[in-house]
Write a protein that binds this ligand. Sequence first.
Ligand code: NAD
Ligand code: TYD
Length: 362
Amino acid sequence: MKTFLVTGGAGFIGSNFIHYMFGKYGEDIRIINVDKLTYAGNLENLKDVEELPNYTFVKADICDKEAIRKIFAENDIDRVIHFAAESHVDRSIVEPELFVKTNVLGTANMINCAKEAWENPDGTFKEGKRFLHVSTDEVYGSLPEDGGYFYETTPYAPHSPYSASKASSDMLVKAYMDTYHFPANITNCSNNYGPYQFPEKLIPLMINNALAGKKLPVYGDGKNVRDWLYVEDHCKAIDMVQEKGKLFETYNVGGHNEKQNIEIVRTIIDVLREELSDDDPRKEHVTYDLITYVEDRKGHDRRYAIAPDKIRADLGWEPDTMFREGIRKTIDWYFRHMDWMEHITSGSYEKYYEDMYSAKLS
Ligand code: NAD
Ligand code: TYD
């Protein structure tokens, strides 16, 4: 039975990954989820697994050496899937140092504790141990509107404090692989969407605002392009890389699904209108009239687009969920989990929303 240490498992992708892994492997794996429970971590995301005998939650900070060492000392960890991070570009523009602390120093601590636990006295590593560092396509910078893709060989050129901190953490993992032959892989994935995404990111924010009849704040001219992947397809890719990826390799993950932000917002409105019944009072205000162009994000990257050729060719990974279907599934999920959204958007979210958007939307 393999034991997985998942960091940041109470966040968006981490909680989807834990569901995916229990759905696929059931009682054949054990998962320890270590999460600090920042604003982005929510144990409600894991309600259906919390009673499982092969699941354990540990509340700890990935920067806390003693806490992470203790987990390795008390458990024979086979795999680390490292999601924990500060993940929102807008927040990184306001509070960059937190991103350096969590994303760079936290990753340094994670790889160091794993190395300590897994290294043999002769400098080799115990059989079968692997560390998967989950990263982003944003480390590659911005592409021109008229073409080009991010390959694993594309030089790093991050622009935001978020992407710079993720790039730094990738570099550290690469340095450990090169220097110590530390058994790791890196995945660089495009923008994810799906259930349990915190409503400060584009798609859930637009769904939530549209249903509440609030303006839909589109940055700049709305023509920035992101390459969207349904979160379950990312989880599948991570599982394939940790199972059969070649050690020390980086894999880019994306489904060739480039969309301008404005297209995303219009699609959300279209699908919401299809899903809302005619007698639902919200149908009246869910229209394109809610779309409001606001001041652009500072340093806003124009276009991201992943070339997933390597993960397709080497591991046979393909996305299963096409965009329109994925958006429909996501909207259905939010409809069925309005209580989840209400819990999340009460309290500190209101302050965040006020700080971030009140000047922009006034
Ligand atoms: P998220 O913000 O939803 O979740 C992050 C989780 O990490 C939260 O549960 C939070 O409590 C936890 N965390 C934060 N700081 C911590 C700390 N110091 N110690 C322990 N736990 C801490 O993020 P997400 O969207 O699920 O992203 C997960 C990972 O995937 C990140 O590393 C991110 O860079 C990467 N990624 C995200 C996307 C995307 O579109 N969301 C795309 C590619 C890569
Ligand atoms: P986001 O979900 O924050 O992801 P990232 O910045 O990591 O790509 O934003 C996705 C795109 O949507 C990005 O180009 C910024 C834009 N955006 C808006 O136009 N309005 C918003 O309110 C938000 C949150 C994002």
